[in-house]
Structure formats: C-alpha cells, structure tokens
Design a protein around this ligand. Structure first.
Ligand code: 0A1
Ligand code: ZN
Length: 879
C-alpha cells in the first residue's frame, strides 16, 4: 500500500531488458510463516541491447533478503541496494554470471492471493501478472524466458503433495527429518508469470490421454480429500479439449503430465501455469446435486481456456502486458469455438453476445473505457477486463470473417510456426493473418488501438423500378478513453436479404456480381451498397451472427422485426430481432412507469413468443433465450441518462407478467411436458430442456405465485432444478422464499460452493426494504472477506445483479459497496479494485442517485493508504 501518486506505464516506453535469465534453479522450503527460497539464476547480457547498464535491477516485494552471492562470492552491503520494490546490484560482470539469492516470505500473512499463499492450509502460488516478485527477486516480466528447475521441501505430514511445472525428476525423504522433497524440471523456457508451485494434502484423480502422435500423457486433478467424485466432468472436458485442439488447430500437448489443482481461495477463474493449472474450485467441482448446468458449462469452457493457453499464451507468450489480448482474446476465441462445437453454436453465440453487451459495452462506454490493447496502465491487474478478453476475442473473430476460415487456419499455423518459443506482439499476430491471406489489415489494426463501441446506422431502400435494394451504412465511434476523434474502422458486416416468403435472396452487388461470402466490408464513414436483381422489397437481416461488435440501429419497422423473429434463417438474428423489438417496447413501458401512467402491453410480442413456444423445431435452449427479455441492466444502458432503476424494474416486471398471463395455458402445458424423471445428464440438449423449463417457471410464477416453484424446490433431483426454483422464489416476497432459503442453507452449510450460491441468492433479492438484511450477511458465519468467491457471491452479486437495491435512492446500496471495498482493500487490493468497478455506471443515474454514488466513490478515493489497484479504478471512475 503506497500513498504517493503512482506513475503510469506506457507501451511506447517498452525496452527489452539489459540482461536475460536463461536458467532458474529454485529451492523452496515451505514453512507457514517463513518460507525460504533460494534462487540460482544464470544471467547474461542481452545481445539485442547494445550498451547494457552496469547495474542489474530485479523486481521484488514483501520479502526479506537473507543472502546474496555473485559467481559464488557473497556480496557486501555496499554492492547492492534493496527497497520495497526492487534489488539493484551494482557493477555486474559484462559476460554471463550466476546470481544466488536467498529470501524468506510469509505465505500465511499473504491475503492478497498473489505470490505464495495458503488456501485451506495448502500452499499455492499465483504469479500472473506480477506475483513471482513476491516469491523471489527476478526480472518479473513476460519477455524474459527461462528454463526452471524447482526443488520443494516440506514436512511430509503438512504437504504430502509437492508440485511444480514440468516433469517430476526426483523425490524422496530428507534423511533424518520429517521432511521430504520433490524436484520438477520444465524443459520449456517460460516467463515467471507461468511459474507455479503447490504443496499440500490433496487427493487426486488420474486419467491418461494419448496424443495424435501416440504419446501418453498423464492427466491428474488434485482436489480436497472427499471431493474426488466431483472431478469427472472436468476430466472429461480436459480430454475433449486436448482432442479438439489437435483436430481443429493441429496443436498437441507437449509434456508427459498435465496437472490441475483446485483451490477455494483464488482471485480469478483459473490460471494456465505451464503443466500445472491452478483453478478456483468452483470451476472444477461438479456433481449433479451440487452444480448447475451453468456451472457445468463454465467448467467446460474454463478447462478448455486454460488448456488452450498452452499454445496461445505459454508456447507463444506476450512481449509485454500491453499485449495481454494476444493471449487472452485469442484464447477466449478458441474456447468459444470449442464450446460451440461441443454444444449448440447459435445458443453459445447468443450467450457470448449477451456477456459482451452486459459487461464489455458498458465498460467501453464508461469511465473505464480502454482499447483492446491499452497504451497505459497504472496497475496491470486492473486490465484483465471484458475489453481485453471478450472484445479481444471479437477482434480475432472479425479477422476470421474477413479473410475466411481457410486463410484463418493457415494464418494460425503460420503464427505457431513463426513465433513458437517467443514473446510476441499483436503486430506479429496480425502480420500472420496478412501473410496467409494476402490482405492488408492496416486499417483493421484500429480495433486494437481505438476504444469505444462503434455505432452503425443502416438504412435500406428499395427501388422497385430498378429492382435495386440500396443499403447505406454509416459508422461512428463516440469519444472515449481519452480519444476524441475516432477513425473509421474496417468492419465485416454479415447480412442476408429475405423475401416475403422467408426465402434467402442471392446477394449480387452492383459492379461486383455475386458475393462470395455474405459479408459487406465497411471501411468508410458512409458507404452505400446496391444489390441488383431484387424482385421485391426484401427485409434485410443485418449483422448476422453478430459479425461485428457494434451498436446497430436501422430503419427496420416493427413488422420487419416481427418477421425476422419468426423467419430469419440466421437463428442469432431471430433472437436479436426479438431483443430489439422487446427492448423498444420495454423502453416505452419505462417511460409510462416514470410518468406514473398505465403501463402498455404488446399483443404482437405475445403472439410472436407464443409461435416460438409452439415451434417444436426450435431447440429448447434457444426458446428459453427468446423468452428472456432484455435485462434491467440492459435497459438502463439503452436509456443511458437520468436512469430510474425502479421505473425499469416496474416496467419489466409488468410486461413479463402480462406475457405470462397471455401465454399461461401454453406455459403450463410446456412446464409439464418438459418435466422428466431421467437421470441427470449435463449434455447440452438436456441442459436446454431444463433452461426452458426454468424460464417457463419464472413466467408462470409471476401469475400463479410461489407454489409451483416451491414444489420444484422440494422435489428437485438435481441442483439446476433446485436453483431454478430458488431463483424464482428469491424474487417473491413471501414466506415460501424464506422457508426455501433456510432449508437450502441448512442442507448445504458444509459445502462452501453451495453456501456461495446461497449468499448470491440472498444478494439478488429485489426488495429495497431488505438491504440491511443483505448487508448483515457480512457478519454471518458463511461469509469471509478473505475468500474472493464469497465477496463476489454476496457483494458482487448485490452490486451487479440487484439494480433496485444497489441503486436505492437513499444511497444505502452504494454505502454497502464502498464500505466493503474499503474493508477489503488492505487485505486483497485486486479483488477490492474489481469490486469498486461496479460504480462505473454512476453518471447514468438520475441526479439524486448519481450524487450519492459519487460521494461514496470520493470517500473511497480519499482513504489514506488506498492500494494502487483501487485508486486507479476510482480515480478513473470519477474522471
Ligand atoms: N490468465 C488467466 C487469468 C488470470 C489472470 C490474473 C490472475 O491473477 C491476477 C489470475 C488468473 C486466464 O486467462 O485464465
Ligand atoms: Zn486466459
């Protein structure tokens, strides 16, 4: 914790290091409050730097230096300097040399969960982005790649399991002691952020995978004792990921063993350390009675994501942290593709777009807006954002759309061939796309450097006499992230033209003939496309599959939208038309609500949804998505200024109740039809059926009250159905709600992941008079400020998923968040900073609320000793 104003780091200042580290030999003696680390580094001047400095500065913090020697000679006090951030050694040799460093650190006191810490008594590490410097002094940056050998020693009774990256080369007792050791060797040079070490008393579940070339790889998942029966799905997902990466990207695994360790205290979802992934156990443990379908699909996606990092992140890493999207955007793209292949592609795409809209668009349009590749940061941990990850993936997807799937695969092969073993840049990657396709992506690069969500306005016009359909597209990106004037981007816009019978019309462009792929390339501020030989007025289907991450408006009429909802060949756009239409109607209802007028309803929407419910050709998961009208947060974002969350809540609840009333009989029939007694399977089709049934339950309960949900809660034979019922009951202010929540807690209080679900359910209660009850849960035995999952479940859910309470007009919701951020900041700055970003929408609120929110953000900012992490977020939030 520092109070002096932190200095930003700029991309333009990137310089390679004066020295390189080729080899690292670590010797770690695990002791709870005084772990001793000996590090032997083989160092040489960097040949790429012409005039290296005569001193060497290594990063290091929160350690005690207990020994230092250069080429075997202990260094005297005057030969080096240490401060709270670094160790500088003066006059190092001009040729290769060896540095031996001995330090101690205190894993028990490490509540930041960065570096070496203990989770449920087990030692584990988190080194991305800059945690290695809390383990030993080092050049802790991604462009320094070294081979690591790690010896770990601990009391056998404390830590029978000792793990690190690579392959196990020796292990055994330390003679004459109660201690034992293990030595791990990683043959692949890697940056320090990929280092990992684990020591603890853990159970393991094993399997094997035979690679395409016939090598046998041991797969091993470590979990708390007694949780072994919750690893099957993660293991299955891992094997499917390994096979998929071979088949789709030609990438094989490269070590003899792949290990995963599940821990309950973790700042993020999981971490791709070479050969030793460490996971938040929420994304490993699953059994039908403990995990929901959503949990299963998250597990599949995150297992795949971390595994795919082995090539996109580990074998080819990032030159500097500004290039974070190089590994993250690309790996998210790869895990999205994997899940699309494992499940339903349109349903996956809709889910991804919903996430992009709910998290990335508000980020890009608010005070924390930054480009996919930021050009400055104060604390890099604040840049693991939806923009870097999700928009980063969209940028990769757009390149695939522009150059086509074959050229894209060629480009990926080229990237792996050209940059294997290197620390690369975004330019390196895009150059491979250019070289493989023969196309220039110069203008496209703006997607990486320009912040903000582009706005596309599309107008169609039919000239009957000429049989021409004219489509005019204008683009504009609003100023944001310190960038005022934005350049026009290179945008792939996938489209279709549909005739009155619902048939696809051929796409012939004036002067170009038939389009090879249905993609318009937008490169200018305004462009008009003339489609020829169009016999009758078509309905254009725009931005199919969400081919570009933009906000699109058009001159489509309500009738056009209703037509697309039922007839578009592109399922994504059927859903999109529904969202656009329902969103429009909901905004009118919000206006009614804020004027205290009777809220309007919409028969046509009810009819369209009824047709959708009746259409047995549609996947149930898709129908469930159609029935999910734009969320309250969505509507707030669309309104954009002077937002009254209560009016939004009232309007949305009212329209949902109206729809439930009109569709009531069909919903009852459907609910019964979707009920089955087959054993639970996490497969997408079964999950889809449950998703629809739970959506139907939600609608029905708006008319019929809590009975059906109560029954479902009591009879449920799996966690998905139980949570489906609880999600509904949680929003009904009736005794059934309290009974179910109490019963759930009593039945599951020994299971920390289920307790987290209970905390989240409580936090979502949309009852403004119950904020004090939610807040009181911070004193409940089930809560701990030291466990990020618990903070996210209670306070994170409250601030993001309970807009009416968080934005209470008396400011008590804002105060709850600010108090939590302040209490957490000294324990875990990363999580505190992330939590504080929930204030990012404060300016959108009506003046009373926004003043209250602002005061709370200012209160955080003025706290003495606030972490750099939180200070950066709240400062930007206020700007
Ligand atoms: N690279 C991981 C995410 C991650 C990032 C930072 C962490 O600690 C600050 C931990 C994990 C991923 O993309 O999965
Ligand atoms: Zn990642």
């Amino acid at each position: 914790m520092k109070t002096d104003t932190p200095r930003p780091i700029h991309l333009k200042d990137y310089r390679p290091t004066d020295y390189l580290i080729d080899e690292v030999h670590l010797d770690v003696k695990l002791v709870p409050q005084q772990t001793r680390v000996k590090s032997v580094l083989a160092i040489r001047p960097n040949p790429a730097v012409s005039d290296p400095a005569s001193s060497l500065t290594l990063d290091g913090e929160q350690m005690e230096l207990t020994g230092l020697a250069l080429d075997g000679q202990p260094l005297a006090r005057g030969d080096y300097t240490v401060d709270d951030k670094s160790l500088t050694i003066d006059n190092v040799p001009s040729g290769p040399f060896t540095l031996e460093i001995e330090t101690t650190c205190d894993p028990d006191a490490n509540t930041s969960l960065s570096g070496l810490y203990r989770s449920s008594g087990n030692y584990c590490t988190q080194c991305e982005a800059e945690g290695f410097r809390r383990i030993t002094y080092y050049l802790d940056r991604p462009d320094v790649l070294a081979r690591f050998t790690t010896r770990i020693e601990a009391r056998r009774s404390d830590a029978p399991v000792l793990l690190s990256n690579g392959n196990l080369v020796a292990s055994g007792p330390v003679e004459g002691t109660e201690r034992h050791f293990a030595i791990w060797e990683d043959p692949f040079p890697k940056p320090s952020y990929l280092f990992a070490l684990v020591g603890g008393d853990l159970a393991d579940v094993d399997d094997v995978f035979t690679t395409a070339s016939g090598r046998e790889v041991t797969l091993r998942i470590y979990v708390e004792h007694g949780k072994e029966d919750r690893c099957d799905y993660a293991m299955d997902a891992l094997k499917r990921s390994m096979r998929w990466d071979e088949e789709v990207f030609g990438r094989e695994y490269d070590l003899d063993i792949f290990m995963i360790v599940a821990v309950s205290d973790f700042n993020m979802g999981a971490m791709e350390n070479k050969g030793l992934n460490i996971f938040n156990d929420k994304y490993i443990l699953a059994r039908p009675d403990t995990a929901t379908d959503a949990d299963y699909s998250n597990i599949e996606g995150i297992i795949a994501h971390e595994y795919f990092h082995n090539w996109t992140g580990n074998r080819i890493t990032c030159r500097d942290w500004f290039q974070l999207c190089l590994k993250e955007g690309l790996t998210v793209f790869r895990d999205q593709e994997f899940s699309s292949d494992m499940r339903s592609r349109p349903v996956k795409r809709i889910g991804d777009v919903k996430l992009l809209r709910s998290h990335q668009f508000p980020e890009d349009g608010g005070p924390l807006s930054h480009p996919v590749r930021p050009n400055a940061y104060i604390e890099i941990n604040n840049f693991y954002t939806a923009t870097v990850y999700e928009k980063g993936a969209e940028v990769v997807r757009m390149m695939q759309t522009l150059i086509g799937p074959e050229a894209f695969r060629k480009a990926m092969d080229l990237y792996f061939e050209r940059h294997d073993g290197e620390a690369a840049t975004v330019e390196d990657f895009v150059t491979c796309m250019e070289d493989a396709s023969g196309r220039s992506l110069d203008q496209f690069m703006l997607w990486y450097t320009q912040a903000g969500t582009p706005e596309l306005a599309v107008a169609g016009k039919f000239r009957r006499s000429e049989r021409v359909f004219e489509l005019t597209v204008t683009q504009m990106t609003p100023p944001s992230g310190g960038q005022r004037k934005k350049q026009p981007l290179h945008i792939p816009l996938e489209i279709g033209l549909i005739d009155a019978d619902g048939e696809a019309l051929p796409l012939k462009l004036d002067g170009h003939g038939a389009l090879e792929r249905p993609v318009l390339e937008i490169t200018e501020e305004e462009q008009t496309f003339h489609f020829t030989d169009v016999p009758d007025k078509p309905v254009p289907s725009l931005n199919r599959g969400f081919s570009c991450p933009v906000k699109l408006t058009s001159n489509l009429s309500d009738d056009d939208l209703l037509f697309l909802m039922s007839r578009d060949q592109d399922p994504f756009n059927r859903w999109e038309a529904c969202q656009t239409y329902a969103g429009k109607k909901l905004l009118q209802c919000v206006e009614d609500a804020s004027k205290n007028q009777t809220l309007r309803t919409d028969e046509q929407l009810a009819e369209a949804l009824d047709a959708c419910l009746a259409d047995t050709a549609l996947e149930p998961a898709f129908v469930a998505l159609m029935l999910n009208l734009p969320s309250e947060n969505d509507l707030a974002a669309r309104i954009g200024t002077n937002v009254d969350p209560w009016a939004i809540h009232t309007a949305r609840s009212n329209l949902m109740a109206y729809l439930a009333g009109v569709l009531h009989d069909r919903l009852i029939g459907l609910y019964d039809r979707l009920t089955d007694n087959d054993p639970y399977s996490p497969a997408a089709a079964d999950a889809g059926r449950r998703a629809l049934r739970n959506t139907v339950l939600d609608l029905l309960s708006r008319i019929d009250g809590p009975d059906v949900a109560s029954r479902q809660f009591k009879n449920a034979s799996n966690m998905t159905d139980q949570m489906g019922a609880l999600n509904v009951l949680g929003t009904i202010d009736a005794p059934e709600r309290t009974d179910a929540l109490n019963a759930f807690y009593d039945a599951n209080k020994a299971d920390h992941l289920l307790v987290d679900k209970w905390l989240a359910l409580n936090a979502m209660a949309p009852f403004p008079d119950k904020i004090a009850e939610i807040r009181a849960l911070t004193d409940h035995a089930a809560f701990s400020l030291k466990t990020p999952n618990k903070v996210r479940a209670l306070v994170g859910t409250f601030s993001i998923a309970n807009p009416v309470c968080f934005n209470h007009e008396d400011g008590s919701g804002y105060r709850f968040l600010a108090d939590t951020v302040l209490a957490l900041d000294s324990l875990n700055p990363q999580v505190a900073a992330r939590l504080s970003s929930a204030f990012k929408n404060w300016r959108m609120m009506e003046p009373g609320r926004s003043a209250l929110a602002k005061a709370e953000i200012e209160r955080i900012k003025s706290r003495k000793g606030l972490s750099r992490d939180t200070l950066e977020i709240v400062t930007k939030t206020l700007q």
